[in-house]
Write a protein that binds this ligand. Sequence first.
Ligand code: PEP
Ligand code: MN
Length: 345
Amino acid sequence: MIIVMKKKAGREQIDDVIQWIESVGYKAHVSEGVERTIIGAVGDERDKVRLKAAEDMPGVDKVMPILQPYKLASRETRDGDTVIKVGDVEIGGSKCIVIAGPCAVESEEQLMATATAVKKAGASMLRGGAFKPRTSPYSFQGMGEEGLKILARAREETGLPVVTEVMDASDVKLIESYADVLQVGARNVQNFALLKAVGLAKKPILLKRGMMTTLDELLMSAEYVMASGNDNVMLCERGIRTFETSMRNTLDISAVPVLKEKTHLPVIVDPSHAIGQWRFVLPLAKAAVAVGADGLMIEVHPDPRNALSDGPQSLKPEKFHKLMDEIESIANIVRKGYAQGHGAH
Ligand code: PEP
Ligand code: MN
């Protein structure tokens, strides 16, 4: 159920409602909006009508059922958009942010060269996999902890926060000790044990849509993370599998506005893994910004031909620079409804 407080409800009244919700065995998730406070009471669905009694409490405006199966991720339970802060970077706010870097950390030289180049071009965060989910067990699996250390050094050097993938629940603590954002990849979107584990992490989560995941399933996966206690989830559309074989996946551009209507969580688009070919990354990136994405994730490599993974879809630094320039004017138009300071980067 959602307990909507009156506009003028005071702190004490809000606290009383939270206490009461918890006393009847539900968990209270408080969203303090600009206009009013909304409290999501999440717990046993069969018994929820008893929460209606909160309607008689001082400061309560109304008590309504949450219609969607995803409760915490639903727009119904928040007043406004979730803005996730990672250092100085705000995801879901006025700017369309760009996360860039190689598919995998391959060496200190490769990562530093990429990090300094993407920083110069205006990227907000650095990506790079240290634990790689490869289709073949014989392909490069990532550098593991050594890769995490290199990522942390690149952050020191450039100031860019670092995003990296976690594949196993038992690695969450290790990866969290190096990274700023934990990525859950497409192949693990319904690995519920992993989702619960990253829900206990203190760092934000970038949750990628699976290649066969509906938007409601993606939101239920976000719900797992949030129900475990981590509200800072950004969703990522990275292409789904369709009958079309001309590209690696089909970028579901319509996922962006539809998700933005269903959820208050930020939505990122990864055109690189969707299309699989560097030539088409720029037009898709432009489309993603135009359709309202809160950010982009772009693979960049100083020497794509010799990349150990995803070379064909990786942009060289010069091409990435061009991408940053070209999306800026689109971002300025699309995000002009936001507060001051909009821009592509
Ligand atoms: C990646 O970001 O490098 C990756 C493996 O992505 P996805 O999980 O979307 O395939
Ligand atoms: Mn990749």
